[in-house]
Ligand binder design. Sequence first.
Ligand code: NAD
Length: 480
Amino acid sequence: MKLQNYINGQLIEPTAGQYIDNYNPATGELYAYIPDSDEQDVVQAVKAAQAAFPAWAATPAEKRGQLLMRIADLIDQNLDRLAEAESIDNGKPLKLAKTVDIPRASSNMRFYGTAIQHFASEAHYMEGTEAINYTVRHPHGVAGCISPWNLPLYLFTWKIAPALAAGNCVVAKPSEVTPMTAYLLSELCMEAGLPAGVLNIVHGYGHKVGAAIVSHPKVPVISFTGGTKTGRSIAATAAPMFKKLSLELGGKNPNIIFADCDFNNALHTSIHSSFANQGQICLCGSRIFVERPLYEQFKQAFVDKVNKLTVGDPLEDGTKQGAVVSEQHMQKVLSYIALAKQEGGIILTGGHQVQVEGRCANGWFIAPTVIEGLLPDCRTNTEEIFGPVVTLTPFDSEEEVIRYANCTDYGLSATIWTQNLQRAHRVAHQVHSGIVWVNTWLLRDLRTPFGGMKSSGVGREGGFEALRFFTEPQNVCVKL
Ligand code: NAD
């Protein structure tokens, strides 16, 4: 299967006619070709977006919202097809794609299709001076949206939905590792009747297509989700051009378990927060800190449960752990396991590649891995691994665990398990992360600000934050 770019309302080949191989990580087989687009394709996409912008910006918000909701309906109608495509492209269990990834993609479109109809701007009346200020929020023009491979359609739509709802036209680039559902989405946008040029999807490598979007002078706003290193290079290009930037970057999130927690809930949820999507979610709690009186009990029960997670064919119903996304990524994760051993870590379970029988014999699988005995500030505990690998560390006091939690450069999310309400708030306020969950994990209300502190990012997505990001406020002051 050959994927195509979606530019000016049409599916077209990349200008240079080159393609990238696309592999199924569960089987290791080549199964599709992705356009290896370059700057010429980006220039064409930006032209189409610029041409479509005046009419799209002038389209009433209600009408723009209706189009987004039509796309959401089509995503729902194609749930099975999209979920299967996501699972094959990414290696994640089909069940996860069907219950989380694809439903969330349609929720994103629906959420912003309706949110734009409630989005209001401020007015400031100046008493005494008899003047009124009102703020107009203009769309920027062409927005650049760049997304990663771990939650492909989920994160792709999380960016394009608010950008389009706010009246921008978009040039978007999905990850070259998992482009399939963004390609299928372009077909659905055509079916929904989205006007030509409003959304353009250019496939290809980050250093070619992504870099061309970021450096294009007619793309004044960039929304990026991906690695911290990539975010840094994007910021270096965009900052001197005074572009508006939203950066959602890596994480190394603490999962803090106090001895007074609801044990079963903490245990059960920690399995998900450690290994969902093979640990390839930026919000996974990869550093588990357990208060010492509970440490041995938790460790034993946790390792027992991890040993029961079935690693296997992502398309099979009982599979809990699918393939990691690529051979290269598998090697990176395995190198971190080797590093953990060098740093003195003890592998309690996992720690190796898994050979799955049958159809998936050549796929890229890693056993869910639990490591203990490491210092909180060692490389394994401070660098993002982004795979099915967690560490266990005991602690004796609140002060100590807050110090451990904060000793990485990242600050995306944290989870706290305790039944002591005061402690929950106290610890939450001292942990340096943009998102804190207490007695739960990954419970998302799309209205809330989403994003990280420190090296985990700049800016916030979600709710009206994203609509503010994708608009330029202009104050008009009228003397009465
Ligand atoms: P990545 O940075 O390698 O790639 C992300 C996207 O950027 C891809 O589309 C890629 O092609 C593109 N890109 C690469 N180089 C580029 C360049 N020079 N200019 C412009 N674009 C470029 O990240 P990844 O490996 O795809 O994703 C994993 C990372 O994403 C992890 O660090 C993870 O924590 C992070 N992530 C963060 C969040 C969040 O919300 N904070 C969510 C999901 C993933």
